[in-house]
Design a protein around this ligand. Structure first.
Ligand SMILES: O=P(O)(O)OC[C@H]1O[C@](O)(CO)[C@@H](O)[C@@H]1O
Length: 544
């Protein structure tokens, strides 16, 4: 087998011969380009034909995947090996959506625990939804507030909006930011008598969540009395002792395990608010969709394996082409939080600078991930995507059908815009075309000559399109799992650990140190002059 360094060098050499590659030409000369550079799983299609790749590119990328041991790493993950080596943990979020045989972690089958928590969640969620579980004053819960941040917020928050057409439970509110504005604005609209608070934190130490939880607890206790707290709180955590210390009854605590990373936890009890919103049956359909993608990732040959292909194309763009960012543009208003969700998934996983053995990486690693739903983005930042000086690969996500058949024209416009943007990025507009268009509009030769350069689109800009029938719970689960495994594949290609997040620690430590300085209990002696100067200004501004 070829060595990793040689496989990488072969890709770089291949790319150096790409100067004249033109996507327009590639489509003109090959009518089969779409079928050759797309792959499907059921109704889900990944089209990467609008990326500057050839058969040889894909062969060389597959060769790199082999040299990087992607298949072996994947199998190690599913087998429950401790692939998160810096935290000595297995990575088994796939067990949360697994049905069937045993899944072993440290020699123990985890499936009984997984099923038991799922059953407990279902009983609780059904009780809240039916009204059999009531607040302290006997009223039915009309609102649920989830207090969590990062992986304990983004997944259920993103999915609750995504599955709005299936939402038939109480109203959901997500509070994450430690900024008082977030909890104050949320609670101001709610009645404690009919509000259930879920405190979601894997560690139950995260300062934002603990601060918000304490504020919510006071809100309930002040309005309904201390004895009402138990009926209005539930918790999701791996730290059951800390939850008990907070005062939440054990019967309302839903656990998960250290082998579930925060950004991979929407499938666990962290999904409880989502389950309350859409019901256990729809939650299980989402799990089934993710399981379908797991099965595909494990079994499909690399040439038809969607997460592998998406990962290979991502690596090609990031490392070999050197594009620093990736835009995720769902043409679906209900996927408005998907870019933020994928930001954590991708950037917290692959924003790393050392390899598994601690040596510095030799290639760039995870890209900057960002995005907004289409068509809104078109009226904001698409200008730069089309005519800016950086090339930014775009990932378009779109459903063939919407949930509003009576508003079919909206959906047709949405889809047409999505396809048009991908085509425009690929095709562009030459100077001659721009000039001819202006002349056809009746402009003088001189004026057309002057204006035409402003109306040139370089084109030849890459995009991927992910298409499926409809955004139902199954499709959402499948889509999210596709991205999870894509991040996994890219991490394996970079040779890094995707499952730790040491990069979030330093800021947290310094915030702890700075809190007494901001509060004025400690002076800023020894701090840099910028920090000390800003603290001084803050104190002066507060004095008025
Ligand atoms: O669920 P917890 O323990 O409150 O952590 C929240 C988030 O904080 C992080 O640890 C990073 O700040 C994320 O990885 C995690 O999703």
């Amino acid at each position: 087998m070829i060595a990793y360094a040689d496989a990488l060098a072969a890709l770089r050499e291949h790319r150096s011969r790409f100067h004249s590659f033109d996507l327009r030409e590639a489509f003109r000369t090959d009518p089969q380009r779409f079928s050759r550079f797309s792959a499907s799983l059921d109704d889900l299609t990944l089209d990467y034909s609008k990326c500057a790749v050839t058969d040889e590119t894909m062969r060389l990328l597959a060769q790199l995947a082999e040299a990087a041991g992607v298949a072996g790493r994947r199998d190690a993950m599913f087998a429950g090996e401790e692939i998160n080596i810096t935290e000595h943990r297995a990575v088994l979020h796939t067990a949360l959506r697994h049905s069937g045989g045993p899944v072993y972690c440290k020699g123990r089958d985890v499936m009984a625990d997984v099923q038991a928590v799922l059953a407990a969640m279902e009983e609780f969620a059904s009780g809240i939804r039916s009204g059999s579980l009531k607040g302290a004053t006997g009223k039915r819960f009309t609102d649920v507030v989830n207090i969590g941040i990062g992986g304990s917020d983004l997944g259920p928050c993103m999915a609750t909006l995504a599955l709005a057409p299936y939402h038939d439970g109480p109203a959901l509110h997500y509070v994450s930011n430690v900024d008082a504005a977030h909890i104050a604005d949320t609670l101001a609209r709610l009645d404690p008598e009919t509000t259930l608070i879920i405190v979601a934190s894997k560690t139950f130490t995260t300062v934002e969540t603990m601060t918000n939880a304490a504020t919510a607890r006071r809100w309930v206790a002040e309005k309904l009395g201390e004895e009402a707290v138990g009926a209005h709180f539930a918790a999701v955590s791996t730290a059951l002792d800390k939850v008990a210390a907070f005062g939440i009854d054990q019967s309302r605590v839903f656990g998960f395990w250290d082998w579930v990373g925060g950004r991979y936890s929407v499938w666990s009890a962290i999904g409880l608010p989502l389950m309350i919103a859409v019901g256990p049956e729809n939650f299980r359909k989402m799990l089934a969709g993710a399981a379908r993608m797991d099965e595909h990732f494990r079994e499909a040959p690399f040439g038809q394996n969607l997460p592998v292909l998406l990962g290979l194309v991502g690596f090609w763009h990031r490392v070999i082409c050197g594009y620093p960012s990736r835009a995720i543009i769902p043409y679906d208003q209900r996927l408005a939080r998907l870019p933020a969700y994928l930001q954590q998934l991708d950037m917290e996983s692959n924003g790393k600078r050392v390899r598994l053995d601690g040596s510095p990486v030799e290639t760039p690693t995870g890209p900057i991930v960002w995005g907004e739903p289409g068509t809104n983005g078109q009226h904001a930042f698409f200008q730069l995507l089309h005519q800016g000086t950086d090339v930014i690969p775009v990932e378009f996500i779109v459903a063939a059908e919407g949930h509003e058949p009576e508003l079919r024209r909206h959906h047709d416009l949405l889809v047409a815009n999505c396809l048009a943007q991908a085509e425009a990025l690929m095709r562009g507009r030459t100077l001659e075309e721009a000039r001819a268009q202006l002349l056809a509009k009746g402009m003088s030769e001189e004026e057309a000559e002057w204006l035409a350069p402003h109306r040139v689109f370089p084109g030849n800009r890459p995009s991927v399109t992910i298409l499926y029938r409809k955004l139902d719970p199954f499709a959402l689960g499948r889509l999210v799992a596709l991205y999870e495994h894509r991040v996994f594949v890219e991490a394996a290609l970079f040779g890094i650990n995707a499952f730790d997040q040491w990069g979030v620690e330093l800021g947290k430590e310094l915030a702890t140190e700075l809190l007494p300085v901001v509060e004025g209990r400690k002076d800023a002696l020894g701090r840099d002059s910028s920090t000390a100067g800003l603290v001084q200004r803050i104190h002066a501004l507060r004095k008025g």
